[in-house]
Design a protein around this ligand. Structure first.
Ligand code: HEM
Ligand SMILES: *[C@@H]1O[C@H](CO)[C@@H](O)[C@H](O)[C@H]1NC(C)=O
Length: 325
């Protein structure tokens, strides 16, 4: 998937820093990082999540978005899990851009289990990325090989979250540049937004587009009518109403691309990538070929989760995910 198996084997054999950063930032993640220190790490996480997913089919979406929102702010360093500490840092959750982020506490629960199994070894940052990876595969998506060894941050800042997390109204230019800064091609950027094959969006994030349609917006009339039924007022009366991101919101498939081509994109950016000449050809290809989508998504996922990470002495392995040591 993205990186060929022989390459992975070669890297594992040599146990060398991975050439994944493509000149963005040298990092020292590796595919066998916990081989000795926590050999059952992945199966432990998988077991915990499987139990959770059986009772809450919407949970995988939460972990996939959690990873994006962690990685987008100071790199993938579990900064999103820190509570405010009024002397030193503010919680990223204070930012309205983190509206709808769910299941942070589950990462802390998994961390507590891992502290029994392999005390002091596994970073919260790696748990977030592994939870996202497992969420994708257990929802029917690709099995992605990801390098590990991220360290946790000692700081967080809601101002940085505010500045770095994208709003649903960003332009295609801004969208391309966000993911280009992580070493992604336009094709990979289009594939990573395919994460919107899972989960939901709240009226809060939809009404802007729904009640102020831009010229050229291709929203399907029936879809629009159903959105207006669910989100009847321009300023939502509550923050609890939501709609699915695509027609199959608990299955990781390529339905998202068919939906956005047919005017059933939820957010402005979803709709825009189906019409911009730079991105539309990839939308069309992913809509037709789910294997190819999985392949490109896997490589984009590794880039998203490996860029600008803390390694070695740059961070710590937190004892509890919601506070620094
Ligand atoms: C330009 C980039 C992006 C924008 C503007 C964007 C925007 C949004 C918005 C507004 C929501 C709805 C939140 C809510 O109302 O509850 C959402 C949900 C979601 N996003 Fe994104 N997103 C982007 C990229 C990504 C990426 C890169 C991923 C993962 C790799 C991702 C995964 C998700 C998932 C899984 C959900 C559903 C969450 C849930 O059900 O709780 N998004 N996104
Ligand atoms: C909904 O959430 C947003 C963002 O966190 C907040 O600004 C707004 O006041 C909330 N609205 C209601 C009705 O609770």
């Amino acid at each position: 998937m993205g990186i060929s198996l022989p390459l992975i084997l070669l890297i594992m054999a040599m146990s060398l820093p991975l050439p994944l950063s493509f000149g963005i930032k040298q990092n020292q993640l590796s595919y066998n990082y916990y081989k000795l220190s926590c050999p059952n790490l992945e199966s432990t996480i998988k077991k915990e999540l499987l139990t959770l997913f059986l009772t809450d089919a919407t949970a995988p979406a939460a972990f996939l978005r959690l990873m994006f929102h962690d990685c987008q702010v100071q790199g993938c360093d579990a900064s999103i899990l820190l509570d405010s500490n009024y002397d030193t840092h503010s919680s990223e959750m204070v930012s309205a851009k983190n509206f709808g982020i769910r299941k942070r506490e589950i990462i802390s629960d998994i961390k507590a289990i891992l502290e029994e199994e392999c005390p002091g070894q596994v970073s919260c940052a790696d748990i977030i990325v592994l939870a996202a990876k497992v969420s994708v595969s257990l929802s029917g998506g690709p099995h992605i090989q990801i390098p590990l060894g991220r360290k946790d941050s000692r700081t967080s800042s809601f101002k940085e979250a505010d500045a770095k997390l994208p709003s649903p109204t960003i332009s295609v230019d801004q969208f391309i540049s966000i993911f280009k800064s992580k070493g992604m091609s336009i094709e990979e950027s289009v594939s990573i937004l395919g994460a919107h094959t899972l989960g939901v969006g709240h009226c809060l994030n939809i009404v802007g587009r729904l009640y102020d349609q831009r010229i050229g917006d291709n929203m399907d009339l029936r879809f629009e009518a159903s959105l207006r039924l669910t989100c009847p007022t321009e300023i939502p009366l509550t923050n609890i109403t939501f709609v699915p991101n695509d027609m199959t919101p608990i299955i990781f498939d390529n339905e998202y691309y068919r939906d956005i081509m047919n005017g059933r994109g939820l957010f402005g950016i979803d709709s825009d990538i189906s019409r911009d000449p730079r991105t539309a050809p990839f939308v069309m290809r992913f809509a037709m070929d789910h294997r190819y989508f999985f392949e490109v998504f896997s490589s984009a996922f590794v880039k998203l989760s490996s860029t600008n990470v803390l390694t070695n002495m740059q961070g710590e392995v937190r004892r509890k995910c919601n506070q620094v040591n």
